[in-house]
Design a protein. Sequence first.
Length: 504
Amino acid sequence: MCDMPSAETTRASAHEPDLVRPTKEDPVAATGSELFGGPIGRRALLGMNWWTPVRVIALVAIGVFALGMVQKLPCYDGAWFFGASSQYTHACYSDIPHLYQGRGFADGLVPYFDKLEGDMEYLEYPVLTGVFMEVAAWLTPGSGSIQDQEKVYWMVNAGMLMVCAAVIAVCVTRTHRRRPWDGLLVALAPAFALTATINWDLLAVALTAAAMLMWSKGRPLAFGVLLGLATAAKLYPVLLLGPLLMLCWRAGRWREFGTGLLGAAGSWLVVNLPVMLLAPEGWSKFYTFSQERGVDFGSFWLILSQRMETPLATDTVNTFATVLMLASCVGVAALTLTAPRRPRFAQLAFLIVAAFILTNKVYSPQYVLWLVPLAVLARPKWRDFLIWQACEVAYFLGIWMYLAYTTSGDAHKGLPTEGYQLAIAVHLLGTLYLCAVVVRDIFMPERDVVRRSGDDDPSGGVLDGAEDVFVLGPAAHPPRHAAHFDGPYVEWGSRNGHKDSGSP
């Protein structure tokens, strides 16, 4: 910002909040900015021309997404169709072209209504994802060889998913109004680009990001509608209602939570009810498949299974995984009600989805997409984010090298079982590390980079700056005179974006 705004800029910027510049506050961001001319100067006119943060970040997200598509080029040129392990050795595997024929789209079958040949009788995806897949099939010409059709189908889906990627970047950029440049973390995330076109998860991620943007703007009904649609595309978004319930309980915001809950239930039913009534067996396939699916790639359950003489039965794993997830929910609830300061919505959203990923019996590499926007909003610190991303890239390479090993016969090209177990452990430790620093920020709000900038909960909407009405533990009886400390202090409920660097 200019130190002395001119007459031409005063009117447009008088009510705009002061933007937080990562290159000024984050050493890693400042170092990385040297590739592009160094940190933004004090007199830079941010947002005063066409190149606003939102537009820049959206274009960067599209460009990096395109690089992820280029990374799939060896598979597009033949590895998807010729050679059992070449799509793994090139780390360019995608479900999309294989399921074009495997789930009946090439034959014009209607998802959920028409039975499929083989072991999978019906499409095993939630309804809104099935609609997305069907729309892409409609846009795919039915002429040419099946390989050509599958390649076009992947390209059509990639174009639609690119739109989702841009939506995610824009929503994250606009959620924390004073911190738009944090959206670059989403746009530049390497694991995001590498996994974006493996499956259709970006649809649910985009709807979830849009839902969080609506909540941050104090629009609980729009939040609920979008979150219900996200849950109709993938199951994990419904988890966000749990932390939100606890936050609204602590702040006494029952009306807003109820509005959001009704909106979510209504939009989910609008999508699901017609298929549920007209094709109940096909509709339920996603849920029965998830229940019956055995221990699979990426989970700590797989490490246990591979190291045990007698692996655990699927029902036993389901029970243990459910107990661990419920214990995690209780932990998040306790954290919400006992923290010295009410946690931010994004922090708890990240923790609950991360808990689901860590305790689940399967971790497909594209599941990292669920966490990327939540991680950026929860802990917009470049060092921690890049540490976690490095772990996820290591796992991305590990799973494909392991599959290359298991499909290459006697050649044994790739990563053996012990190496893949190490890759799983790296993924688990990276996610646990990010969870640990988020929990630390909750217990020590002065370490939270968002609150150090003077904000309370910019993604919290009606929770931002709200007083507590129900608190448990020591937080319910704060000391009358807090001890002196040297770190920055932010007043409760501060909305004006100013940081008080003094002590209480």
